[in-house]
Structure formats: structure tokens, C-alpha cells
Design a protein around this ligand. Structure first.
Ligand code: FAD
Length: 365
């Protein structure tokens, strides 16, 4: 959508093919419906890719400030929250989609809906097959998403279009997703939400640590901190949850001495959590350990259906600085189709905006 706007503004004739009934359905669902479009704290360290340096160069060419400027030029006001996550002032993701759709309509971009592209090849010019018809084009930007959240039209089938030109598609895995753990370990904790500290350990070595929301579910853990940790965690890793990240162990031990039984935990942690932890601890030492470093082994994730982003896809190394294919000139990539995924907090949409600008700029040359 962004690339279509930029190219049409420069006088190019653009056709957008969208397999769904509407443009931008995933964008409308982003940020819990609030639309976290970018982040104040931007940098390549927030991204995973086969070529992070290229991500860095891309971000320096089209930054978080450029995203806000681009959106505000179309309309609206975009503001950061205390953690640097940038949202529309209205906190409505669907309104961001409405802005982009409105601009697309105003510019007269040709939009084909319910129009899945099923074949794409080049024989002097690109040939695009959609709905039984073939359309010609001199440039193509593939921005068909990854495999996450297939209910928004992204089931990974579009990777075949890139493979047709000889591109590699790196194995895909879901990220920004709930983590599964042994059900017995989370039994009785379902629905409990804490503002905790979360660490990811592999073979005893810390991979990542974060402070934030942890929500216990039937099959594991969810919440903002878990989504962020899911970018770093893999099957077999150990999660350690600190239910009291602001309380030192000595102070905690003092407080626990004042009562016997489960009453020890009154006003220390949520009562339900307190009962569950108390019943698991054989002595006070273990209770302190469970409160400060509750262990959960990661057994997997909830999968693509529940994920917000995809790791893997078309390697950045198979594209030039404007994300033009090194296999087929005139073919560009943008967004989650590429092997770039960001942390939770607006980094994936920033990549979508950044890559769309680079691809559009390349397509103009
Ligand atoms: C629930 C949810 C919440 C999220 N929240 C945030 C957030 O707050 N901040 C953030 O930064 N990121 C968020 N993300 C991630 C972010 O939305 C994506 O990374 C981003 O939308 C990717 O943009 P894209 O243009 O590459 O692909 P998409 O937005 O996935 O769009 C690709 C489009 O291509 C269409 N398509 C696929 N195949 C074909 C085909 N063969 N022919 C025609 N059309 C096709 C699809 O129908 C789809 O509409 C969220 C994701 C989800 C699922």
C-alpha cells in the first residue's frame, strides 16, 4: 500500500493485487487494535535477519521519524507512549488503514480485491496471473507477507512466486507468539497476569531478559514480555519468571517470616498465585526460589495461527540495497516476505514502511 502510494505520486501507473476482500486487514489488527506503527528507540539491534547491516542501512535511509512524517502527511497525529511505542493519537489501528486506503483511492491507484496472484514470470516483461487473467508489468513489488496469522491472507503460499525466480526461502518459524510449556507446570495458574521479570536461558546461559506482562494460559505463557522473549526462545530453553522484580531477596525473606502457612504470601503476590506457589514449595527456601525464578521449560509455540510475525523467508542477501532481486531485475520485495523480523513494539511495521520506501525508490530508477 505504501509503495503504491509513493509510485503513484511519482506518476507511475500501479495495480495492487490483494487476495482478501479488503486492503490492510492485518494492519487494522495490529497493536491490539491500537496500531503500534513504529518505536522511538529504533535500531538494527531490534531486528533478526541474515544481513543486519543491510537492515541498519535501510533504517538510516527511511527511519522511524520518516514513518511518522509519511503518515502525518496523509493525515492524523502519531505519538509515543512511555515505552517509546508510537501509535495514532486515536489509538485505532483501523484508522491508520483508513488513512492509507483513503490516499490510495484519492490517488486513483487501481486496486484488485479477491485477486490472489497465483503465477508470476518474466518473459521480457512480468506476467502476473490472478483470477484466470494475465496482466503485464515492467516492475513487480512482492509484499505478500510471511506465514504468521494466515487468517489475514498470509499462509506463506506467495513464497512460491519468489522461488519461481530461483530465490531461496529460508525456513520459517513463528515469532511474537505465546510459548508452550509442560501443562502440569502451569496448572492452576491460568488467567494470572503479573508485571514480572522474564529471563530466557539456554544451557544455563542467558539469551534475553525483559520486564513486562506475563499471562499464564492453559498451555503456557503469553503477554507482552513473553511475546518479546519469543524472538529469542526456542524449544528446550528455560524461562525464569521473577514475580517480584522490584523486591530484593532479603526483603522478601523478612516478609515471609511474619506468618506461617499460605498467609505468608498475603500482599506479596496475587492470592491465586500465592496458593499455587505455596503448594509447590517444600520449604521456605524453595518458595523464595519459585517467587524470584519460577522455572518453565519451553516445549514450543502456539504456532503461526497465533503469531504476529515470521522469522525466515527470502534472504536479504539475495537483494540489492533497494531490495531488488539479484535473480531477476525489476522484481522487488518489501515487508515480512523478507528474512527480517523485529521485536515486539512497532518494529515490524517500521520494517514494512522502510522496505516499501526502498523498493518504491528502486522501482522508480
Ligand atoms: C495480530 C497482529 C498484531 C500485530 N501488531 C503489530 C504492531 O502493533 N506493530 C508492529 O510493528 N507489527 C505488528 N504486527 C506485525 C505486522 O502487522 C506485520 O509485520 C506487517 O503487517 C507486515 O506487512 P506486509 O506488508 O509485509 O504484509 P501483510 O500486512 O501481512 O500484508 C500482506 C498482504 O498480502 C496479501 N497476499 C498474500 N498472498 C497474496 C497473493 N498471492 N496475491 C495477492 N495478495 C496476497 C495478504 O492477503 C495480505 O493482505 C502484528 C501482526 C499481527 C498478526
Amino acid at each position: 500500500m505504501t509503495a503504491a502510494i509513493l509510485l503513484t505520486r511519482e506518476g507511475r501507473r500501479v495495480t495492487l493485487f490483494e487476495r482478501g476482500e479488503r486492503l490492510g486487514r492485518k494492519l487494522s489488527a495490529s497493536g491490539n487494535g491500537k496500531g503500534n506503527v513504529t518505536n522511538v528507540h529504533m535500531g538494527p539491534e531490534h531486528y533478526f535477519s541474515d544481513d543486519r547491516e543491510k537492515v541498519a542501512r535501510a533504517l538510516s535511509r527511511f527511519s522511524n521519524c520518516d514513518t511518522v512524517r509519511f503518515l502525518e502527511e496523509i493525515g492524523g497525529i502519531f505519538l509515543p507512549d512511555a515505552r517509546g511505542r508510537v501509535y495514532p493519537a486515536s489509538r485505532q489501528a483501523s484508522a491508520v488503514t483508513d488513512l492509507l486506503r483513503g490516499e490510495i483511492a484519492r490517488l486513483g491507484v487501481e486496486v484488485k480485491l479477491n485477486a490472489q496472484v497465483t503465477k508470476l514470470w518474466h518473459d521480457g516483461q512480468f506476467q502476473i496471473v490472478s483470477g484466470g487473467q494475465t496482466f503485464g508489468a515492467d516492475r513487480v513489488i512482492l509484499a505478500a507477507g510471511g506465514k504468521a496469522a494466515p487468517n489475514f491472507g498470509t499462509d506463506g503460499s506467495a513464497f512460491a512466486l519468489a522461488e519461481g525466480f530461483g530465490h531461496t526461502v529460508l525456513p520459517c518459524s513463528p515469532v511474537l507468539v505465546q510459548l508452550r510449556c509442560e501443562p502440569a507446570r502451569v496448572k492452576g495458574l491460568k488467567g494470572i497476569r503479573v508485571d514480572g521479570g522474564l529471563r530466557v536461558l539456554r544451557w544455563g546461559e542467558e539469551q534475553f531478559s525483559v520486564r513486562g506482562d506475563v499471562l499464564f494460559t492453559e498451555s503456557g505463557v503469553s503477554g507482552d514480555a513473553v511475546f518479546r522473549a519469543s524472538s529469542y526462545a526456542t524449544k528446550g530453553d528455560l524461562l525464569l519468571i521473577d514475580f517480584l522484580p522490584d523486591v530484593e531477596e532479603n526483603k522478601l525473606k523478612e516478609a515471609l517470616k511474619r506468618h506461617t502457612g499460605v498467609e505468608k504470601l498475603l500482599c506479596v503476590v496475587n492470592n491465586g498465585l500465592g496458593r499455587a506457589l505455596f503448594s509447590r514449595a517444600k520449604d521456605e527456601e524453595e518458595l523464595v526460589r519459585l517467587l524470584k525464578a519460577f522455572p518453565l521449560e519451553v516445549t514450543g509455540t502456539l504456532g503461526f495461527a497465533y503469531a504476529q510475525a515470521t522469522r525466515g523467508g527470502v534472504p536479504l542477501g539475495e537483494t540489492d540495497e533497494n531490495l531488488q532481486s539479484l535473480k531477476q531485475s525489476g522484481l522487488f520485495f518489501a515487508g515480512e516476505m523478507l528474512n527480517v523480523d523485529g521485536e515486539c513494539g512497532g518494529y515490524n511495521l517500521q520494517w514494512a514502511f522502510t522496505s516499501a520506501h526502498l523498493a518504491a525508490e528502486g522501482a522508480l530508477k
